[in-house]
Design a binder for this molecule. Structure first.
Ligand SMILES: [Mg+2]
Ligand SMILES: [Zn+2]
Length: 242
């Protein structure tokens, strides 16, 4: 077995821990999603980016950057995300979050704040009648200001580590799964994992140029998460492997 570097579930507070601890299995079962039995049909999943898909991005006028929410208050669900997640679940997809979260590495926020934001996300989704099957986070950054998070890891998108971990942990068929994200790194990670890819974005000339530069051309582009979910629903019956 190859060493694992992805943080999954609540293993989040072990930034350097490269292997899931013995707590992993129990935790997963506590979530009610045990590993599928041998021979059980492998399942499809919507692998979903967090910032810009599940929740709105935040504009910080002082440095003039658009970034993740750094406080629970700044964490606001994207419009239509509850319905979108319910639609994909009803279409037979597991809902798996795969998120780069370098904010601690960059000293924008603490792990305690991240935990509060995570709790708020779960609460808001629960209020929408839906929950995620699993959450994977990469807390690393190659130029981290905090030594514990400084790593050229295998999990930070555009690398596919988190998606591959999810496939192994949850018994996913990546060829029948779809990566949904608002960034081209999401598209690249999805492609490298062998998934279909949907980019949530507004069409413009800059986007086209960036797609060419990165070689990151998604299978489809949706205007928002609701439209992405409708596409996924239509894909469901005969989505071909790639
Ligand atoms: Mg994003
Ligand atoms: Zn990582």
């Amino acid at each position: 077995m190859t060493p694992r570097k992805t943080k999954a579930f609540d293993s989040a507070d072990r930034p350097k821990g490269s292997v899931h601890g013995p707590g992993m299995k129990a935790e997963k079962e506590a979530w009610g999603h045990p590993r599928p039995h041998e021979g059980e049909k492998r399942t499809r999943a919507a692998l979903i980016d967090r910032d810009g898909v599940i929740n709105e991005m935040v504009y910080y006028p002082d440095p003039g950057i658009v970034d993740s929410p750094f406080t629970p208050r700044q964490f606001v669900l994207a419009e239509g995300v509850g319905q979108a997640l319910r639609t994909m679940r009803a279409a037979g997809y597991k809902l798996v979050l795969v998120s780069n979260q370098p904010s601690m590495a960059k000293k924008h926020m603490t792990m305690a704040a991240f935990r509060k934001i995570q709790a708020k996300m779960r609460r808001l989704l629960a209020a929408e009648g839906v929950s995620l099957d699993a959450e994977y986070y990469c807390f690393h950054h190659p130029q981290a200001r905090v030594a514990a998070y400084k790593a050229d890891c295998a999990c930070r998108k555009p690398k596919p580590g988190m998606l591959l971990d999810a496939a192994r942990d949850l018994g996913l068929d990546l060829g029948r799964s779809v990566m949904i994200g608002d960034g081209l790194y999401d598209v690249l990670a999805g492609k490298r994992a062998g998934c279909k890819t949907i980019l949530v974005a507004t069409l413009n000339g800059t986007l086209s140029q960036k797609m060419d530069e990165l070689g990151a051309h998604p299978d489809l582009i949706a205007r928002n998460v609701a439209e992405a979910a409708d596409i996924v629903k239509k894909m469901a019956p005969g989505m071909p492997s790639r």
